[in-house]
Design a protein around this ligand. Structure first.
Ligand code: FMN
Length: 188
């Protein structure tokens, strides 16, 4: 498979950037070809504007990358229990009405083919906090049933890489998990 990884982080030395690299290394070891989209480094403008509303924004570079991908991985740090602004804007703008979905015909029918997908989400919170406070269940529901289900991401694997600001040993473990996810693309 050809695997597109989209990374939202401005710092190439961040944990998130390393997570994306480990995921791609795992995918490559499993025999997949890999491609990285780095909207921050590429100067992607995440602001949804009137051109997006009119359907005249040129999103062909991003959409062509998606079109040639058999599987997708999104890597972004958890910011206030959601996506950080560049990933949010990338999702808002690139997965556009008429290309990704068409509410007028069938709200449950993505226009894009179904693709295996992985979300790798470094989060400062501990896994206990994520679970006990209900954050993990809430986000999984919104992303699985809403946003990414709507885009045809299936099977969808969501990995919260909790304790991302912890010790080196902790972060090493999270990178290992990202590597394993790369190796296991397509399994839910
Ligand atoms: C603006 C901002 C908002 C954040 N919000 C959350 C949050 O809601 N939940 C959480 O667990 N961590 C939160 N964090 C912590 C980040 O998820 C954490 O710093 C990141 O995963 C570390 O990875 P990095 O080194 O790749 O940035 C936030 C950090 C920032 C800067």
């Amino acid at each position: 498979m050809h695997v597109l990884t989209v990374l939202d982080h401005p710092n190439p030395n961040s944990l998130s950037a390393a997570v994306a690299q480990y995921f791609m290394d795992g995918a490559a070891l499993a025999g997949h070809s890999t491609e990285l989209a780095d909207p921050n480094a590429e100067g992607f403008d995440p602001r949804w504007t009137q051109a997006d509303a009119d359907g005249t924004a040129d999103l062909s570079k991003e959409q062509d990358r998606i079109a040639r991908a058999d599987a997708i991985c999104l890597v972004f740090p958890l910011f206030w229990w959601g996506m950080p602004p560049t990933m949010k804007g990338w999702v808002d703008r690139v997965w556009s009405w008429g290309w990704a979905y068409d509410q007028l015909d069938d709200p449950n029918m993505p226009l894009q083919p179904k693709r295996p997908a992985t979300l790798l989400v470094p989060a400062g919170a501990s896994s206990t906090t994520m679970q006990d406070k209900g954050y993990q269940a809430a986000l999984e529901h919104l992303w699985r049933e809403g946003t990414f289900g709507y885009f045809g991401f299936a099977p969808l694997r969501i990995e919260f890489l909790c304790g991302s600001t912890g010790s080196d040993a902790r972060r090493k473990g999270l990178l290992h998990r990202a590597f394993e996810c790369g190796q296991a693309i397509g399994q839910s």
